[in-house]
Design a protein around this ligand. Sequence first.
Ligand code: FES
Length: 83
Amino acid sequence: MLHAATDNLVSGVIGECGGDVSCATCHVFVDPDWFDRLPPAEADELEMLEATVEEPTEFSRLSCQLSCTSETDGIVLNIPESQ
Ligand code: FES
């Protein structure tokens, strides 16, 4: 989903590391109605979520770790204001 955002010039999604799970500039808040439909975050993503500019919430994910699939078609992601 990082590349969907950057390819479409979505403001606030930067992706400095290109999806290497080492920058947290792709932080998003997943709409609560969608959050449980996603595969759980791996340990490296959870660790990097502790380094986000804006305080993470229970709905935080790194967009570089989310895939665009038929299951996520229509997902709602919100960009942190301070990112
Ligand atoms: Fe760097 Fe997601 S793009 S952690």
